[in-house]
Design a protein around this ligand. Structure first.
Ligand code: SAM
Length: 218
């Protein structure tokens, strides 16, 4: 008899198979209560939030000693905020599609503002607002596409600030992410500092592109 499939695998599979923003939201609304326990377990071993938080803080602090103001786009339950140790940021705001996920993030006490938003649409934030925009686990199958999100992240980032994001390896080219990054680069809007592979959901053997874009003085 085969072993039972962990609930986290079911939700992950469901979320990646969604065909609409509403369906994706419904999966995360249900998953919010158990997400933190499940993604960190041995079967999942979701390492991306810690790896990305460390990369973002290291990159930014090597150029600028002041504490950054950060937007965690697709913040979910707040794992990235928690991985950015308190004291390393001036403030962290979060955006996410799912209100129950945002409610869990709120309980961490780490975030300044938390708002519901669809990242497949223009972002209701002023231009040149953040030192770092971080986005982990949200550029994946069935979730958020490259446009307008990447351009919007660059717009709301301050000049010399950075956008740090994971993109599931299998959709980096097929999903149009590489092309969108090339476009931003050819327009002189960004300098690409990383588009290499990192571990992502280790339990699944998933890898992701770690994208680091610096906003140019255009
Ligand atoms: C795999 S979780 C990652 C959450 C968090 N960044 C982390 O690393 O744990 C993906 C998140 O993307 C959010 N999401 C999915 N589609 C979205 C959209 N169109 N706009 C904003 N957030 C979205 C989900 O609600 C969920 O919280």
């Amino acid at each position: 008899m085969s072993a039972p499939i962990p609930a986290s695998n079911l939700y992950l599979g469901q979320a990646r198979a969604t065909k609409s923003v509403q369906d994706c939201m419904t999966v995360y609304d249900k998953w919010a209560a158990t997400y933190n326990d499940e993604v960190g377990d041995e079967a999942q071993n979701y390492v991306a939030p810690v790896l990305v938080a460390q990369a973002a803080i290291k990159f930014k602090s090597s150029n600028d000693p002041t504490k950054p103001v950060i937007l965690d786009a697709g913040c979910g339950t707040g794992l990235v905020g928690q991985a950015i140790a308190i004291g390393k940021a001036e403030a962290i705001d979060g955006l996410d599609l799912s209100r129950p996920m945002l409610d869990v993030a709120r309980e961490t006490g780490i975030y300044r503002d938390l708002d519901q938003a669809d990242l497949n649409a223009p972002i209701e934030k002023a231009s040149d607002t953040y030192d770092i925009v971080v986005c982990v686990g949200t550029f994946t199958l069935g979730h958020v596409g490259p446009a307008p999100a990447l351009r919007e992240f660059v717009r709301i980032t301050k000049t010399t600030g950075i956008v740090v994001a994971t993109i599931l390896q299998e959709i980096w080219i097929s999903g149009g992410f590489k092309d969108e990054v090339e476009k931003l680069k050819s327009e002189g809007l960004v300098t690409v500092h990383s588009d290499g592979l990192i571990d992502y959901v280790k339990g699944h053997g998933d890898k992701a592109i770690l994208l680091i874009l610096e906003k140019n003085n255009a």
